[in-house]
Design a protein around this ligand. Structure first.
Ligand SMILES: NC(=O)c1ccc[n+]([C@@H]2O[C@H](COP(=O)([O-])OP(=O)(O)OC[C@H]3O[C@@H](n4cnc5c(N)ncnc54)[C@H](OP(=O)(O)O)[C@@H]3O)[C@@H](O)[C@H]2O)c1
Length: 262
């Protein structure tokens, strides 16, 4: 990888064992997923960037390619079976068998008081943040058990402690942690590791769009490490779980939370 690519990706080529591997990153069109796709590509990984927004996945993949990395863009909704079948077929046709699966699609954590929660919203959040994780893993399970590999799932500090996020989101992300632990035990004999990331407040584009400088400064002051998380902080943890540097670690949830969750 070129120096320019390493610097712009936000995480340099720090995991040489990842060179030549194939990864699928759902939620890759923006935020944490886009940063993770960039960080994997900076380490020589061929990346399928997945999200629902065709223009956004195209832009992330094109940016990676412009910087010297290898990436394809696939628009798919991870709650839809047919989309996942097509995603699997396109990844196999273009990149081959998958070694690394980052199931980061989700993010339905907008505040909803439980007194006004509806069954329809509850089911939609569970679908988008938990069932989508299961469906995506199911789609690539044969790949991963065939050759060993690493699955990295995405929870949230909302599953660690009460927050402003809605209850369905907290339940869904708790479910992701449980799913991760279960699959780690079930898939370990196949050489597949399954680990989970649990970020606290990450300063994504979306977060910046609905907060003022003042609000972000106040939130930052609440973290023992004195700042908000950046997408690259989560991407660096994802790299660790993807690489052989974590080869004897499976079934854990890692809090990427600036010291807030200890
Ligand atoms: N940011 C935080 O503070 C924070 C904290 C804890 C956990 N997380 C988790 O981290 C993950 C990424 O969040 P983010 O903050 O980076 O959010 P973001 O900037 O809003 O990005 C969300 C990503 O998920 C994708 N996505 C959502 N539903 C999808 C679906 N059904 N099928 C395919 N793609 C889907 C979006 O794709 P399109 O827009 O292209 O549809 C987008 O790429 C989420 O699971 C979120 O719950 C975030």
């Amino acid at each position: 990888m070129t120096e320019t690519f390493d610097r712009q990706a936000g995480a340099g080529a720090i995991c040489p064992d990842l060179d030549g591997k194939v990864a699928v990153v759902t939620g890759g069109s923006r935020g944490i997923g886009a940063a993770t796709a960039r960080a994997l590509a900076a380490n020589g990984v061929e990346v399928a960037v997945v999200g629902r927004d065709r223009a956004a996945v195209d832009a992330v993949a094109a940016d990676i390619r412009d910087l010297g990395g290898k990436a394809i863009a696939i628009a798919a909704d991870c709650t839809v079976d047919d989309d996942l079948h097509r995603l699997r077929a396109e990844v196999h046709a273009d990149l081959g068998r998958v070694d690394i699966l980052a199931t980061f699609a989700g993010g339905n954590g907008q505040p909803v008081p439980t007194t006004t929660e509806t069954a329809e919203h509850w089911r939609r959040v569970l679908d988008g943040d938990l069932t989508a994780t299961f469906l995506t893993i199911s789609a690539f399970l044969d790949d991963l058990t065939a050759g060993g590999g690493s699955i990295v799932t995405m929870a949230s500090s909302a599953a660690r402690e009460p927050t402003d996020a809605n209850a369905a989101y907290a339940a869904a992300k708790s479910g992701v942690m449980g799913l991760t632990r279960h699959l780690a035990g079930e898939l370990a004999p196949h050489g597949v590791r399954v680990n989970c990331l649990s970020p606290a407040t990450i300063e994504t584009e979306r977060m910046r769009a609905y907060t003022s400088d003042e609000v972000r400064a106040r939130l930052a002051a609440g973290f023992p490490l004195g700042r908000l998380g950046q997408p690259q902080d989560v991407a660096a943890a994802a790299l660790f779980f993807a690489s052989g540097a974590s080869s004897w670690i499976t079934g854990v949830t890692l809090d990427v939370a600036g010291g807030h969750i200890v």
